[in-house]
Design a protein around this ligand. Structure first.
Ligand code: GUN
Length: 288
């Protein structure tokens, strides 16, 4: 079987068209949805992500603020900036780009963010809401993956799912979202025993390793008809690639996401969706 493509371009365009309509509705009410981003340091990959986020926002009519701070910026000053943005009525979404430099306590900064403006869904409050199944603002990559599965009507109920990632941004929230849909989920990581055995028995595999020297998913590691979602991004021989040996996995899987053109586009679209959701929620709360 040759896998069908799960096309992040098609699904993200669909989401963005809904975001454009929501932005227009907010503007008709006199509200200009606004996303503030905070980047500390000069990591080139993070700077590229931030630039894409601003470009995307502009495309759908979301106003942005771009805070770029030196790598030496202090924890206390960063908390103060976050407080300023929390209290600014013109800002609806705040994104603090991760990872932060090692001298900054990431949990402390995320905890200081207003949960109402937490468009990454990473504050302790929103993580708890996600656990309880009632979150409005969910982490963008996992919720983007769920949108892809829904769009292509891939029902995960009863599936054995293996996620190769245990981060707060991807693996852990995705575990919760898949559990909610009645999947049986196993999280794997660098210390997992018998990873290959687990991969071979999976009905759905989500990989987010992003290091092809350490991990490449090849056709001999999977069973026929598996659904494969690739979240990894690596530059290999000057080309952007995911965790998959795409050409071989494609011959065996039933569904597959490309890199680029898959989950990455969804992460970007979900940030826009979360920003208008935050703007709408804050506007509603303020008019009460
Ligand atoms: N770094 C890599 N991905 C993300 C993301 O989705 N949100 C934030 N804030 N930082 C990231």
């Amino acid at each position: 079987m040759v896998a069908r493509l799960i096309d992040g371009k098609v699904v993200s365009v669909d989401i963005k068209s809904r975001v454009i309509r929501a932005v227009q509705e907010l503007k008709a009410m006199g509200v200009e949805p606004c996303l503030a981003t905070v980047l500390v340091g000069d990591d080139p990959a993070s700077a590229t992500y931030i630039e894409s986020k601003h470009k995307d926002a502009k495309e759908v009519g979301i106003v942005t603020r771009d805070h770029r701070l030196a790598a030496t910026f202090k924890q206390k000053e960063l908390r103060e900036l976050v407080q300023l943005l929390n209290n600014d009525p013109e800002v609806h979404g705040i994104l603090v780009q991760l990872p932060l430099p090692s001298h900054i306590d990431e949990f402390d900064i995320l905890s200081s963010l207003s949960p109402l403006k937490d468009v990454d869904g990473l504050t302790p409050y929103n993580v708890g809401m996600l656990q309880s199944g009632i979150a409005v603002l969910k982490p963008c990559t996992p919720s983007g993956i769920m949108e892809l599965l829904d769009y292509y009507k891939i029902d995960v109920a009863g599936m054995d799912v293996v996620i190769v990632n245990r981060s707060n941004l991807v693996g852990k929230p995705l575990l919760i979202l898949l559990l909610e849909r009645d999947a049986t989920v196993t999280i794997c990581h660098s210390k997992t025993k018998d990873l290959n055995e687990k991969l071979r028995s999976a009905d759905l595999i989500v990989t987010a390793v992003g290091n092809r020297r350490r991990f490449t998913l090849t056709a001999n590691m999977i069973k026929e008809d598996v659904v494969v979602i690739d979240v990894g991004i690596t530059r290999l021989n000057g080309k952007l690639t995911g965790d998959l040996d795409f050409d071989s996995v494609k011959q065996k899987a039933s569904w597959i996401t490309p890199v680029p053109g898959g989950v990455g586009l969804m992460t970007r679209a979900m940030l826009l969706k979360n920003t208008v959701a935050a703007a709408a929620f804050i506007t509603r709360e303020m008019s009460k």
